[in-house]
Design a protein around this ligand. Structure first.
Ligand code: G3P
Ligand code: MG
Length: 248
């Protein structure tokens, strides 16, 4: 096995998850603003396609949990998705927060000075389309004054599209449990980082990831003791809903 070849300036110790999901509605501009206010320098968010192929920020396939509309985003055109309220479910102070487009998100990141881990989150059956639209929008509209973004995905096919269309933009291999062949996969996709789920992650696994030359960004860590343990094991980055609670 060889070490990763793509260079990356590194990742911050703390990345706000879906913005700062304990403090403001996930995947909204208010969430990005909350993250910046809390002193975070990078955020993670999820990108999915509308029916008419526009990349927007949403985590679930369905709009139900965050907007109250029981319909899939992939069945909903952008114009309709934009009329929905994605903030009221979280609290009355956030009523009126919409589902942001990826381009609006980039403009907000530029205004707030935030870097980004862009998670490509395709609905079933839309892996290549989602990756293509996300990467093309990033190549066109990523603010030049921000540090280069990092794409991540649970979908190998999405990372392959990113590698094909934007070989020089960093990629992170997102997993729940580390599969036995993780190193071959990360190497084939020329990833700079691996993003494992905190729950099953062990000290020897972090050591193996670091020995192989990868940045390690662990999600989703909302307790300070666990965050400190992971950093002591050698993890580079903690992806958290609650930056103040982890106290880094
Ligand atoms: O990118 C880290 C994390 O967001 C992956 O899980 O389901 O919260 O998108 P999920
Ligand atoms: Mg995510």
């Amino acid at each position: 096995m060889s070490r990763p070849t793509l260079s990356h300036p590194g990742l911050p110790r703390v990345i706000g998850h879906r913005g700062a999901a304990r403090h403001a509605p996930e995947n909204t501009l208010a969430g990005l603003e909350a993250a910046a206010r809390l002193g975070v320098t990078w955020v993670e968010f999820d990108v999915m396609l509308t029916q008419d192929g526009h990349p927007v920020l949403l985590h679930d396939d369905s709009l139900a949990r965050t907007t109250g509309l029981a319909r899939l985003l992939c069945d909903t055109p952008l114009a309709e998705a934009r009329r929905l309220d994605a903030g009221a479910w979280f609290g009355p102070a956030f009523a009126g927060q919409g589902i942001p487009t990826l381009e609006e998100t980039f403009a907000a990141l530029a205004r707030l000075g935030l870097g980004a881990n862009i998670e490509i989150k395709p609905a079933p059956g839309f892996v290549a389309e989602t990756a293509r639209a996300t990467v093309e929008t990033t190549l066109r509209a990523w603010p030049a004054r921000l540090p280069p973004p990092l794409f991540s995905s649970f979908e190998i096919g999405a990372l392959e599209v990113a590698q094909d269309l934007a070989p020089d933009l960093a990629r992170g291999y997102l997993v729940e449990e580390l599969p036995p062949d993780w190193q071959a996969t990360a190497e084939r996709l020329d990833c700079v980082s691996v993003h494992p789920w905190t729950k099953p992650l062990t000290r020897p696994q972090v050591a193996a990831l670091k020995a192989a030359g990868y940045l390690v960004a662990v999600y989703t860590v909302n307790e300070g003791a666990r965050a400190r343990e992971l950093l002591a094991w050698g993890a580079d980055s903690i992806i958290t809903d609650d930056p103040p609670a982890i106290g880094l």
